[in-house]
Design a protein around this ligand. Structure first.
Ligand code: NAD
Ligand code: DAU
Length: 340
């Protein structure tokens, strides 16, 4: 029986992970620690209200007093808490440094003092920078860090701090660097969640630049199973890359969503490109597959259909998020960026 401290557990991947963990390990206890920023939502956890194995604490990972209390008796820390959206980091980088860099360091310090058995840090493939469209190269655990956006730079800094606490203080850490996730409970600001919700609202899908940027799309449940394996079998001090060879251009992803919802090309709107836009991400996940036996369970098209179905059935969830603050963000991000 373990006690986990899951930070950012009211966000997209964190809340999926909490559900996954309590399903697979019902004897464990999860302390869910989240600041409830615009991206954190207690509705994501509404079905766990009566579960005595789930305890929610509102707090900031950058505030040591908040963290210290939550760390009591904890065996395993899983750190999802972050500012996670690249476009917001371009609009305003400061919160990214505060949460992703300072927050991770505060968590690490408290985990060291509490002598936890494991500190697992959830990171991203964006720390490696961009691959060329015409190359066959993929990121792996040996790839040099080369982050391009303020978001990616802040996550790179957090990864370095996590490694440094292992080398310097012997904190038992593991890190995963994962590709783009999609699935239930994703805030409607990322490509797939925004495309589906815009279309369901009768709006168009904004495509940055030529739409030929490539990401390796992973269904969120497969990310959760990979982290579970790293917690069970991963080697202390090691990094594992997670991805599924779903290297697909954005425009193709959007066409699949249009098809699933019965819309045509007239719903595509080309807008001005993202500054510093990384051309291609692709992951070589051989290490986690070979050493830990990880295998993804979901095919891309099947997972897109599941996701579209989830958003259709959970209109109340996403409509309540598209309020004043969201529309203000949307206006700032997309108005006057239209090319046509
Ligand atoms: P998200 O934005 O949906 O959720 C982030 C959560 O962290 C929210 O609940 C928010 O309230 C919380 N949070 C933010 N600042 C906090 C603070 N200072 N203290 C406590 N809680 C705070 O993000 P996500 O997409 O679920 O990503 C989770 C993690 O996974 C992040 O670390 C991200 O870098 C990483 N990641 C995401 C993806 C992806 O495709 N979404 C891929 C690879 C890695
Ligand atoms: O690779 C992992 C990363 O994936 C995570 O670390 C980040 O937290 C997560 O946000 C995601 O970053 P991206 O920038 O790749 O995801 P996003 O959904 O914002 O964009 C995916 C692609 O779609 C990218 O090429 C930009 C493009 N795009 C995005 C939006 C929001 C559009 O063309 N139009 C849009 O409106």
């Amino acid at each position: 029986m373990s006690k986990l401290l899951v930070t950012g557990g009211a966000g997209f991947i964190g809340s999926n992970f909490v559900h996954y963990w309590l399903k697979i390990h019902p004897e464990d206890t999860v302390v869910n620690f989240d600041k409830l920023t615009y991206a954190g939502n207690l509705e994501n956890l509404s079905d766990l209200k009566e579960n005595p194995h789930h305890k929610f604490i509102k707090g900031d990972i950058a505030n040591s007093d908040d963290v210290k209390g939550a760390m009591e008796g904890v065996d395993i820390v899983v750190n999802f808490a972050a500012e996670s959206h690249v476009d917001r980091s371009i609009q305003d980088p400061a919160p990214f440094v505060l949460t992703n860099v300072v927050g991770t360091q505060v968590l690490l310090d408290n985990a060291k003092n509490a002598k936890v058995k494991r500190f697992h840090h959830v990171s991203t493939d964006e720390v490696f920078g961009a691959l060329k469209l015409d190359s066959k190269e993929k990121f792996n655990e040996e790839t040099k860090y080369n982050p391009n956006s303020p978001y990616a730079a802040s996550k790179a800094a957090s990864d370095h701090l996590v490694r440094a606490y292992y080398e310097t203080y012997g904190l038992p850490i593991t890190i995963t660097n994962c590709s783009n996730n999609f699935g239930p409970f994703q805030y409607p600001e990322k490509l797939i969640s925004l495309s589906i919700t815009n279309l369901l609202e009768g709006d168009k899908v904004p495509v940055y630049g030529d739409g030929l940027y490539v990401r390796d799309w992973l269904y969120v449940e497969d990310h959760c199973s990979a982290i579970d394996l790293v917690l069970q079998k991963g080697k202390i001090g090691q990094t594992y890359c997670i991805g599924v060879d779903n290297d697909i251009p954005n425009i193709k992803v959007i066409r699949l969503i249009l098809e699933a919802l019965g819309f045509g090309e007239d719903k595509i709107e080309h807008v001005t490109d993202r500054p510093g836009h990384d051309r291609r991400y692709a992951i070589d996940a051989a290490k986690i597959k070979k050493e830990l036996g990880w295998k993804p369970s979901f095919q891309f098209e099947e997972a897109i259909n599941l996701t579209v179905k989830w958003y259709k059935e959970n209109e109340k969830w996403w409509k309540s998020l598209r309020g004043k603050d969201y529309l203000e963000y949307y206006r700032k991000q997309y108005t006057q960026r239209r090319d046509q």
